[in-house]
Design a protein around this ligand. Structure first.
Ligand code: NIG
Length: 405
């Protein structure tokens, strides 16, 4: 998902062909200057895209070289999935099954996936990533962040970010995901490796650095050391925090100026105040809470405090094996006290904010022409009809994907 979309290839090198999505019943632009309310809704609309960029939003009936007829359906910006762990081999269905029978999730299964990933050839890992990306794209995702974190040694972490880099600009080095078995009892030695030799080799392929700041993973000082080393290497900062219990993750993320702190399942009033007074986005991952039987975060409190929020899939084989942003929307609305409009914003401009992007997550003049056509008249159906494949067509960096109907 690296390049801007040009669904209509150029006839000449200088003049890209234009595309219109016409007869849109309800268009979400996320631009209050273009349409009504915070979602910038325009009814009976058309969007003209030239060279992968939105050129014009207006009434239905616009003309272009290529026309896609939305036939009265809702069209919204492609989803921005700001948190995934797509580079892995194997699955952990047995662990999930045991959890559904009462076992607790503690993140320890990361080592199982690390063993499987280390033992898988690069071409096969790349094939698995492509397969998951195609699945995500069919489900409406057009911008995606991909982390390493199942290599946990220099060779396999670098291999992971290299594979990610072949598919997205939003690559994250997560060497500090968990202490690998060979470093048992020597966490400081491992953190030294993560902050030095491993970082030097991974940084050229990474935009971001991340750490798992949680009891059982890395403590606040170890996580801070990783973030500071990443900053010194020129990487942007993100953090996993407050997933399995209250902890220092949110405070550390705000202190370090992270773009995003992800999970945020357990938040104190002080955490919420800190997020609201910062530029750090609170990214919720409700599919992980679903799959690990954690409580859901109360997003209402965070939104009302004034913090920016995002929702992401967290696709990984342990805590959240889904690429479905529609599923996350439905969970957020039903379980996290978000309105449908807030959930839609959280998976579009919220995800873009978590990645510090302004070119995606909107469908207004000048933004990327990444769009989702629903099999539904309004965006409300994404929460109202859970589990139903409502993404009729995704227009984005992987091309134009149409669900056979
Ligand atoms: O975001 N929390 C840490 N990392 C992943 C889980 C990884 C796994 O269990 O394999 C997460 O939930």
């Amino acid at each position: 998902m690296t390049d801007p979309t040009d669904v209509a290839p150029s006839t000449t090198p200088t003049e890209p062909r234009s595309l219109v999505i016409d007869n849109i019943g309800s268009l979400i632009t996320n631009d209050p200057e273009t349409g009504r309310g915070p979602l910038g809704i325009v009814e009976d609309a058309s969007v003209v895209i030239v060279g992968g960029v939105v050129e014009h939003v207006g009434p239905a009936g616009a003309v272009a070289d290529v026309c896609i007829d939305a036939d009265g359906a809702c069209v919204l910006p492609g989803f921005v999935d700001s948190h995934t762990h797509l580079v892995f081999a194997g699955d952990r269905a047995q662990e999930f099954t045991a959890r559904m029978a009462g076992q607790l999730y503690d993140g320890g299964g990361i080592r199982v996936t690390t063993e499987a990933t280390r033992g898988t050839p690069t071409h096969e890992l790349d094939r698995l990533v492509r397969q998951r990306l195609a699945e995500a794209h069919r489900a409406g995702t057009t911008t995606i962040e991909i982390k390493s974190g199942y290599g946990l040694n220099v060779v396999d972490e670098v291999r992971s970010v290299e594979i990610a880099q072949a598919h997205t600009t939003e690559t994250t080095y997560l060497g500090a995901h968990l202490l690998p078995a060979e470093f048992a009892g020597r966490p400081d030695d491992y953190i030294h490796l993560v902050c030095n030799e491993m970082l030097d080799a991974a940084a050229p392929h990474s935009k971001w650095i991340d750490a798992f700041c949680e009891v059982g993973a890395f403590d606040v000082d170890q996580s801070r050391a990783v973030l500071e080393a990443g900053r010194a290497a020129g990487l942007g900062l993100r953090l996993h925090g407050n997933q399995l219990g209250h902890g220092p993750g949110v405070q550390l993320a705000v202190e370090c100026g992270c773009a995003s702190v992800d999970h945020c399942t357990y938040l104190t009033d002080r955490d919420i105040e800190s997020l609201a007074g910062s530029d750090t986005v609170a990214t919720f991952l409700p599919a992980a809470d679903f799959s690990t039987r954690q409580p859901y975060a109360d997003a209402r409190r965070v939104i009302e405090a004034g913090a920016t929020v995002a929702l992401a899939s967290n696709c990984n084989p342990g805590s959240s094996y889904t690429t479905s942003i529609s599923f996350c929307i439905a969970l957020a609305v039903r379980e996290m006290n978000m309105t449908i409009d807030e959930a839609i914003q959280a998976v579009t401009i919220g995800g873009a904010a978590a990645l510090q992007r302004t070119d995606v997550g909107r469908l207004a003049p000048g933004s990327a022409g990444h769009a989702v056509i629903l099999d539904a008249p309004t965006h409300h159906h994404l929460a109202y009809r859970p589990g139903v494949p409502l993404i009729r067509r995704t227009i984005g960096p992987l091309g134009d994907v149409q669900l056979a109907c």
